[in-house]
Design a binder for this molecule. Structure first.
Ligand SMILES: Cc1cc2nc3c(=O)[nH]c(=O)nc-3n(C[C@H](O)[C@H](O)[C@H](O)COP(=O)(O)OP(=O)(O)OC[C@H]3O[C@@H](n4cnc5c(N)ncnc54)[C@H](O)[C@@H]3O)c2cc1C
Length: 455
């Protein structure tokens, strides 16, 4: 079998992989990116395509070029929640204007940028196995049209998405790499791109509404006449017929009369806390492959971009020092956990709470809260409400106090967990102790909510 050698092999050409490869190439090291899709299909990924703006991305690629090529709606001002019980809508303004991208073009530009910076991009290459020597990952085996090639590297970056097969192939028994992963911590999702005849009136908003099975249905306007529509369900709940449920909702909305579906795609995405450790000797997992996704919204583009960048920085330093051990790559874990990791872990606790309530009850609670109170509570907590508003809120939420008290107690644990993630250890030495402090918070939340353990 032919063998090629690089400093770094990146598997997967999505957001995480392209940012990782671009960072390595920019530092002058040899990097190959292996993408299983053909060049014409690469970048085509199931996504709602909503992001905060170009500040989402590390300053490695040409962000102005990315924006000019792929940002099709740069005027997202609100998250709009539709309440199916009452027909009311609640608009929560964003502090920073958001955007919706043309996902295919966005993916193509990132691959172009990785290549421009010096990455060797190979399309149609499916990674099938991982090479490991004395516990250290040293390369991958791949196939293209029946011909196999081995790629050796000092560090392999696994950016192969939520269903990465690399993690099945690596023996992690001697490493801290998180293997407490199962499908119930994932969401099954589906999205269509729908072209409508007339401009929608929510061109400046991303629109959500709750569905059964702890999921939500969403409409994100990529332009005023092209809408990304999608939904998902948490896989610890009974399966939902995603295509049928979406079609049913689309049928009831007047803006979709005579609309045409121009693209459809499904995928799994992690709706769990980030991996406790995403490194092993010679190996780092990034993006969906390490659950770097907001477990409430499913937003994974920012986490993937940052994680790809940080893992690459750690790999560069490790290679330059001639030591690719877990210890040497550890700083990458610490950056993730003390940045978005702590926020996603806190949100995961609210998901555990929400999972013990029916969608009807959750919707009733939201319905019971006066709109402004909900915005205030989300922003500042009850302290941000006037006394009168607090009394009014108490009156309206009568019947849900037990649930709200549970939520309040979970909220206190969520605040504590952020501190624990903030003190993520600086080396693998403190890892077991850190995990037991963190696990104690989960035990508290399981006991408050009566939920089955998620991990
Ligand atoms: C329906 C849906 C809606 C979403 N909406 C949003 C949203 O609005 N905003 C947001 O921020 N996030 C959203 N997300 C999440 C976001 O799409 C992901 O978190 C993000 O794409 C993760 O990027 P990634 O690079 O880690 O993985 P991916 O984008 O999945 O890239 C993985 C790449 O690896 C390749 N690959 C896989 N296996 C192999 C192999 N064996 N060999 C070679 N190549 C391989 C794949 O072909 C793919 O190109 C959504 C996800 C879904 C499913």
């Amino acid at each position: 079998m032919p063998t090629e050698s690089f400093d770094v092999v990146v598997v997967g050409g999505g957001t995480a992989g392209t940012f990782a490869a671009a960072t390595v190439a920019d530092a002058g090291l040899d990097v190959v990116l292996l993408e299983r899709k053909s060049e014409s299909e690469a970048g085509h990924i199931a996504c709602g395509d909503a992001i905060k703006g170009k500040s989402t991305f590390p300053d490695v690629v040409d962000r102005e070029y990315l924006k000019s090529e792929a940002f099709t709606n740069e005027n997202i001002q609100y998250a709009r929640f539709e309440n199916p019980q009452t027909g009311e809508t609640l608009e929560i303004p964003f502090e920073e204007t958001g955007a919706v991208v043309d996902r295919k073009r966005y993916g193509e530009v990132l691959l172009e940028e990785a290549e421009r910076l010096g990455t060797d991009v190979r399309y149609g290459r499916v990674v099938q196995d991982v090479l490991q020597e004395d516990g250290t990952v040293v390369g991958v085996h791949s196939a293209k049209n029946g011909s196999e090639t081995t790629y050796e590297a000092d560090v392999v970056i696994d950016a192969a998405g939520a269903m990465s097969i690399l993690q099945d192939a690596v023996d992690f028994s001697e490493s801290t790499f998180d293997t407490a992963v199962n499908y119930q911590q994932y969401c099954s999702a589906y999205r269509e791109v729908i072209e409508v005849e007339d401009p929608v009136e929510y061109e400046d908003s991303i629109v959500f509404m709750p569905t059964e099975e702890l999921g939500y249905l969403w409409y994100f306007p990529r332009t005023e006449r092209q809408i990304n529509a999608g939904l998902g369900f948490q896989m610890n709940k009974p399966p939902m017929k995603l295509v049928d449920v979406l079609a049913e909702d689309v049928r009831t909305r007047s803006e979709f009369e005579n609309a045409e579906v121009i693209d459809k795609l499904g995928a799994a995405l992690p709706t769990r806390r980030p991996y406790d450790s995403a490194v092993a000797p010679g190996y780092a997992a990034v993006g969906d492959a390490a659950a770097h996704v907001n477990p409430a919204t499913g937003g994974g583009i920012p986490g993937a971009a940052k994680a790809g960048h940080w893992a690459a920085e750690a790999a560069i330093e490790a290679i330059e020092d001639g030591d690719v051990s877990e210890d040497a790559l550890w700083e990458y874990n610490r950056k993730v956990m003390t940045d978005f990791g702590k926020r996603f872990a806190a949100i995961d606790l609210y998901n555990v709470w929400a999972g013990t309530h029916s969608v009807d009850e959750l919707t009733s609670i939201v319905t019971a809260l006066p709109g402004q109170a909900l915005i205030d509570a989300l922003g500042k907590g009850a302290a941000g409400m006037s006394f009168g508003l607090q009394l009014d809120t108490l009156r309206r939420t009568f019947g849900h106090w037990r649930s709200l008290f549970g939520l309040y107690r979970v909220h206190r644990q969520a605040e504590r967990i952020k501190d624990i993630y903030e003190s993520y250890p600086e080396s693998p030495d403190g890892f077991a102790d850190w995990q037991s402090r963190r696990d104690a918070i989960y035990e508290q939340v399981y006991s408050i909510t009566g939920a089955d353990p998620k991990y």
